[in-house]
Design a protein. Sequence first.
Lengths: 249, 343
Amino acid sequence: MLKIENLHARVEDKPILKGVTLDVPAGEVHAIMGPNGAGKSTLSYVLSGRGGYEVTQGTATLNGEDLLSLEPNERAAKGVFLSFQYPLEIPGVPALTFIRTALNAQRRARGEDEIAAPAFLKLAKEKAAALKIDFDMLKRGLNVGFSGGEKKRMEILQMAMLSPKFLILDETDSGLDIDALKIVSEGVNALRAPDRGMLVITHYQRLLDYIKPDRVHVLAAGRIVASGGPELALQLEAEGYDKYVGAAA
Amino acid sequence: MSLASALKTGDLTQLPSRRDEDWRWTDLRGLIRAVPPASPALDGDVAPGPFDGLAADEILFVNGRQRHAATSGTGDVVTLRFVSASEGTAHAAAYAIVVEPDTTLVLLESHEGRAGGYFSDVTLDIAVGEGARVERIVLIDDHAEAIDVVTAEVDLAPGAVFNQTVLTAGARRQRIETRINHPGAHANVRLDGVYVLADQRHADQTTIVTHGGVDGITSQLTKGVVDGQARGVFQGRIVVQPGADQTDARMGHHALILSDRAEVDAKPELLIFADDVSCAHGNTIGALDDEQVFYARQRGIPELEAKAMLTQAFLGEVVERIEHEGARDIAVAWVAAKLGRAA
């Protein structure tokens, strides 16, 4: 599934990732934890192709296909989905229109037929209901005036509709109260599948109570400095990141 | 001093130039080296206009000559068409519309370039009677080499409602000017504009609203997008005369610049000589939000499509204010087509 080898990346002249190596097999959920400034968000942006990040060394492949040479939309069509820490508001573009445009663009890129309107609406109604999203909200400008929790649910709805192969969740728990966290986590767990991988990026262990990872990695100062089972997250919660920050520096 | 008088007299010094403050971004004197020959009369059939099928009555001008008057003159939806059909020639037209008190008129006006490099000047006088209601939708599809000036002088009686939306794709040089004499007296004006300019096109939307009495409302929203080496001009002036208290006037102009060589010049002006008024204006000029573009691309939408979608949404706020449903649908489709998208 996702293989990252010795990935180095910088923003302007500042190196942020300094040799990240990571292998997330299909069917597994891996968590990346780390202190602020460790490069967690940078990793998610580099994998999804946002501008402003320069990869200076290393590779990232999904099912053997190079990701780093592709445009962001091409990566999406290959199945990479980044759930944003702060989902954008898109005034004037109803959520339904946005998702349908995205779905059809991906399908065209893969040489598939576009989805017909009735089938799309049926799917949207079904998925929205599962996430307790009022269907009328999907007729309004995407995320405009939505609360933090509503925006995150809208991200999960897009995931469910676009059915990506690999999910990157960037600080999905930030700004969520406990009820919203449960709904969002259930939505993510419903997407766990033998042919799908996930990378869950988080600062806090709390999210991992709801989305149980198979592996936990600690990212500090641009490198993976420790890896382990779910117990590693609990240990970090108890002890903090201090020893890793010291070790990496 | 106007394009029409220069065309009539052949005297180029009659043309407005950059020395005239209100024409500084739409210089005609510096552009026009010679007055072209007068446009010929044409008898042939003219293809349907953009609002075809929405109105029972049609007023048609071809090359500045009125061809076809409204059959009844009483319909409440009327198309008013100005077709320029001969290359490299010039014409001027004038037309007056009187809207009787307590009646309704939807005026679907189109300026249709069917040839290259013409000069067109159109002057309209619109008088809106007491309690009457007018919606004027102006769709301008000029040839890239055309020079086009459209001027409307609108007189409102007390309690009148005048709602206007101008949509234009520009020309070589183009000025759409609307002057409104606003009596206050619970008369209500909506004055909107959209411009979508590519290549080397130019469009100037100039509005002057003069509030002459108490209790008047004006709401103005213009949005535009410029690409290539295009130039968009917005000049909005609202004058609140002494004694025109309780005037409520709001003006917004917002533009997107999609290329380094495109330009937008904006001059919003509020001239207030009365107390106890509520007036505001907002003006923004910027690029598309990179974050929004990346977000859309991350979901699989290719860059050009993402930008067109966001631009269409940006302009949509203005188009949605059109009340006449058929005209609104046509405006939505027109904007989409200009941006290279399906509606």
